[in-house]
Design a protein around this ligand. Structure first.
Ligand code: SF4
Length: 377
């Protein structure tokens, strides 16, 4: 079902993947386990024969979530809760929910209350990853998750199960990496919307199947040289609604690098295939790039952005700000100041999961790039 998707189908599926996931799990008799971002080891869930699905919000109206989460909770957390309370809840047999910031602290308790008949487990990765105890903590959390899934599924997994799952996930990331590389050099080969749809579906569909589609898509890309694109890097956590990528495509922006959890930070999750798989999964947690709520070194964010900007030769930085994301709001003032001092043009886009009209984003984005071309930035 997902092993022969064309690029056109991918963008369509990514817009609303849930009907297809519902059909697939029903046909296969496999349980779906939803996770919110970030850093839940999906390889572990997959090793149990379950389908890990990253839940990435909805732009459908909020009806029930506001009764559980206040108005000043980020639109991602509210929209994820709405998705399971009002729209797609029946699809999931269980959830593994990470705690990454104050908003998500004990959010799993709310999910437990509103979905009392489902399996709900938390995943508590350390936020201060530079502490010596962090490694021990991550390993303990992975082991706790394995024990919990084992009790729920009534079975245990072997090192071989984990290794097989790791290989499939690594293959997925290698294919995405190759496609991204082609896009960087020849933006006309694949649009921004299509590329990030591939990322999104990779986080939601069965990878054994979807990797076959990725292989075919990669082979079918026509890397023709075309001028007229402006190279940019995207900085942030997620970039939604997906129509934002249409805006980038409309004005010929070429995303040549990013720090998104739904982009490069996902690619950084490759796990070492040699040695003990538990140790390898633990080690992977410390190889990923900056993620606002998790790292305690504020300069790391700036240094990574600066390196990415210089390495890719991008002409501007687009910072994707999620409305009411307290972690980003804490980082952004200093970050903007440092980026401007370094002479790197930056445009901040304020996004919201329930946004349907993008005309204000379009106008501001166009004005920024006109100024950039005119040399007034
Ligand atoms: S990190 Fe930001 S966007 Fe993510 S859940 Fe926390 S507040 Fe929301």
């Amino acid at each position: 079902m997902w092993d022969n998707l064309s690029l056109k189908q991918v963008a369509k599926y990514a817009q609303d993947p849930y009907p297809s996931i519902r059909k697939w799990v029903k046909e296969k008799g496999i349980k779906a386990v939803g996770s919110t971002i970030a850093d839940v080891p999906e390889e572990v869930i997959y090793a149990f024969g379950l389908l890990p699905v990253t839940i990435l919000g909805t732009n459908k109206p909020l009806k029930k979530a506001p009764s559980r989460l206040p108005d000043n909770a980020c639109s991602l957390a509210r929209s994820n809760l709405e998705l399971v309370m009002s729209y797609e809840g029946d699809l999931f047999d269980g959830f593994v929910l990470p705690q990454v910031c104050d908003t998500t602290q004990h959010l799993s308790d709310i999910w437990r209350i509103v979905l009392p008949d489902r399996y709900v487990e938390s995943y508590l990765a350390p936020r201060q990853v530079t502490r010596p105890s962090a490694r021990y903590w991550v390993r303990e959390e992975i082991e706790r998750l394995i024990a919990s899934l084992s009790r729920w599924c009534g079975k245990s997994i072997t090192d071989e199960d984990l290794k097989k799952s790791i290989r499939i996930h690594n293959e997925n990331k290698a294919l995405l990496k190759d496609i991204y590389k082609i896009k960087r050099k020849t933006p006309s080969a694949i649009t921004n919307k299509e590329l990030f749809s591939l990322f999104k579906l990779s986080m939601q569909l069965d990878k054994t199947e979807f990797n076959r589609s990725l292989e075919k898509i990669k082979k079918g890309l026509k890397p023709e040289k075309k001028d007229g694109y402006t190279d940019v890097i995207l900085v942030g956590i997620t970039c939604d609604p997906p129509e934002v990528y249409d805006l980038f495509d409309e004005i010929n922006l070429n995303v040549v690098g990013d720090t998104l959890v739904t982009g490069t930070r996902y690619l950084q999750g490759v796990v070492d295939e040699n040695g003990n798989p538990l140790e390898a999964l633990t080690g992977r947690h410390f190889k990923r790039g900056f993620f606002s709520p998790i790292h305690d070194n504020v300069y790391k964010n700036f240094e990574e952005i600066k390196t990415l900007y210089q390495k890719t030769g991008a002409k501007a930085i687009i910072y994707v700000h999620i409305e009411f994301c307290e972690s980003q709001e804490y980082d952004l003032p200093d970050l903007k100041k440092m980026i401007k001092q370094e002479g790197m043009p930056i445009h901040v886009m304020d996004t919201e999961y329930q946004t349907l009209s993008l005309s204000h984003l379009r106008t501001r984005l166009q004005a920024f790039f006109e100024s950039l071309k005119g040399g007034s930035l």
